[in-house]
Design a protein around this ligand. Structure first.
Ligand code: FAD
Ligand code: SF4
Length: 509
């Protein structure tokens, strides 16, 4: 039933900053506590392994309803990661015990069958096929309390989109979300003040710690320990969550080391730790990100897009496979930045804010990027757009405009340089047809595929069971192992894949 999902009230216990060094010995050390790391910890702790998780971010939620605090405490690299290329694109990744699930909108999709079955062909391994993963998806959706966004908490932005989708007879509606106790406060990107979102610190990590797993937070891992051709653990340092003053060293020796630092974090760590060459040419290659661009509408009645389930509606058109437009929602200050430059125009824009509705057009990208590391440890991200993705974004924006108008908007605006406000989707499409990639205001929050699993050590970093091709004792289990772009928001599939990898590990002892 809606609202009846399993919600574990008390967050998983985690240790935080300290000045003393910590030397730990365990069976499995996991770097990162997002969907990948949490899933591995849950399975292996239940199987009796002594598990330790290390997490760069804070041990507990440091949320406040302001962008500055979220960036500081809960976004990797202070929310300032940018992919460089023909266009510059911000890349967002969460940070803290729970990883991306702390700040994400909790849309919980299963991967499309054709994507998973394509993986089976690429990997020559049945375990990631749609049929094989179905029981894992079932188990996870039940555990997290996934349910389509309920109209009583959806809010006007989502309702308008669903109205437009239905009026046009498109496939779509309310999105399934991992939010069993959502009250529709609309601030998922700041964290969940009600505890209604099924972030990893409230479920999988609680199970893991109850089974004996230890979480050490405020700890940035910078070294992977290798002895005699085998990975034997990791080390790093604690940093004070407020002052960033360095604290004690943390050294963990383990039989198995699992990297789950995410689509940026895992290759960044391998490059920074000087292990990339040893692991082959595929480390950090083949990055996909699901780039997206918003389309906004202005309505006669107040919508207040920051109220209601943060991102709770979607649609799909058959002529655009891999394009998934879904609700755009952002705090007023972010919307304002899209509407007008500082000056008198901004005053007018403030008046418009409550009347905005929006969709973001997310594309399963054919473009690819790379992730390396700057000498100071920050990610060096490059990304090359494919022209086809730009064209699909433009077409998706046309359909998004149609949906917003059919749902009740009277005016359209797109955060694209040189595109004027308009009242028809056709005119928007015409204006977009003259714009180039550099004009768009793109954003991406789904880095993946940057340390792929595969059969060939030249094109992949780990085998289909998550084991590194060229170094014993090292495993990867997060969104970086996806063999291709996914096409839907990746949390649930990251959990399913990491669970499958961990079950394999548990079987092999
Ligand atoms: C704003 C936003 C909205 C999103 N919305 C959705 C959504 O609605 N639905 C959905 O399915 N997905 C969504 N996503 C994406 C989703 O959250 C990610 O795909 C998912 O969290 C990836 O899981 P992961 O385990 O691979 O890595 P992450 O969740 O990124 O976890 C990696 C963890 O490793 C830690 N780490 C990194 N480097 C180190 C290091 N050197 N030492 C120690 N720790 C380290 C990080 O702090 C982080 O906690 C969203 C993401 C963002 C940012
Ligand atoms: S909309 Fe509010 S209550 Fe619902 S999951 Fe997001 S933050 Fe939590």
């Amino acid at each position: 039933m809606p609202g009846d999902g399993v919600l574990l009230a008390a967050p998983a216990a985690a240790e935080g900053y300290g000045e003393a060094d910590r030397d730990i010995v365990c069976d499995v050390v996991i770097v990162g506590t997002g969907p990948g790391g949490a899933s591995v910890a849950r399975v292996l702790s239940a199987a009796g392994a002594k598990v330790v998780l290390l997490e760069e971010g804070p041990p507990e939620s440091r949320f406040a309803r302001n962008q500055g605090d979220v960036m500081r405490y809960h976004m990797q690299e202070g929310g300032a990661m940018v992919a460089a290329g023909r266009a510059y694109m911000p890349i967002a990744s969460g940070r803290g015990v729970g990883g991306g699930t702390l700040v994400n909108s909790a849309m919980a999709w299963r991967a499309p069958d054709h994507v998973l079955n394509g993986w089976v062909e690429l990997l020559g391994d049945e375990r990631y096929g749609a049929k094989a993963l179905a029981p894992l998806y079932d188990q996870l959706t039940e555990l997290l309390g996934v349910w389509p966004t309920r109209p009583e908490i959806s809010g006007k932005n989502n309702d308008l989109i669903v109205r437009g989708v239905r009026a046009l007879g498109l496939e779509g509606g309310y999105v399934p979300r991992a939010t069993p106790g959502c009250v529709g406060c609309g601030v998922c990107y700041f964290g969940c003040p009600s505890g209604g979102k099924a972030s990893m610190n409230l479920n999988l990590l609680v199970e893991a710690t109850r089974a004996g797993a230890r979480i050490v937070a405020d700890t940035k891992v910078d070294t992977v320990l290798v002895e005699g051709g085998r990975v034997v653990g990791v080390s790093g340092r604690m940093f004070h969550p407020d002052t960033r003053v360095p604290g004690g060293a943390v050294r963990v020796r383990a039989t198995r080391t699992v990297l789950a630092a995410g689509g940026i974090g895992t290759p960044r760590l391998l490059h920074h730790a000087g292990l990339a060459e040893r692991l082959g040419p595929a480390v950090g290659k083949g990055l996909h990100v699901h780039p997206g661009n918003a389309v906004l509408g202005i309505c006669d009645e107040p919508i207040e897009m920051w109220k209601g389930a943060t991102q709770g509606a979607y649609f799909h058109v058959d002529e655009l496979p891999g394009v998934l437009p879904h609700t755009f929602s952002a705090p007023p200050e972010v919307c304002l930045g899209m509407l007008a430059p500082p000056g008198p125009e901004m005053k007018k824009a403030i008046d418009v804010l409550p009347y905005l509705c929006g969709l973001i057009v997310m594309v399963s990208d054919k473009g690819e990027g790379t992730v390396g590391a700057h000498p100071d440890g920050r990610a060096d991200i490059r990304y090359e757009f494919s022209d086809e993705d730009v064209e699909r974004t433009k077409k998706g924006m046309y359909w998004a405009a149609k949906v917003l108008l059919a749902g009740g908007a009277h005016t359209l605006l797109a955060p694209v340089h040189g595109v004027e406000r308009t009242h028809t989707a056709e005119d928007l499409a015409d204006q977009l047809s003259r714009r180039t990639l550099e004009d768009f205001m793109l954003y991406a929050a789904h880095p993946m595929s940057s340390c792929r699993m595969g059969r060939d050590p030249v094109t992949s970093v780990v085998r289909p069971d998550g084991r590194a091709h060229t170094l014993e004792g090292l495993y990867i289990a997060d969104s970086s192992v996806f063999p291709t772009s996914l096409g839907v928001n990746p949390s649930l599939t990251t959990m399913a894949l990491a669970t499958a990898i961990a079950q394999g590990l548990a079987r092999t002892g």
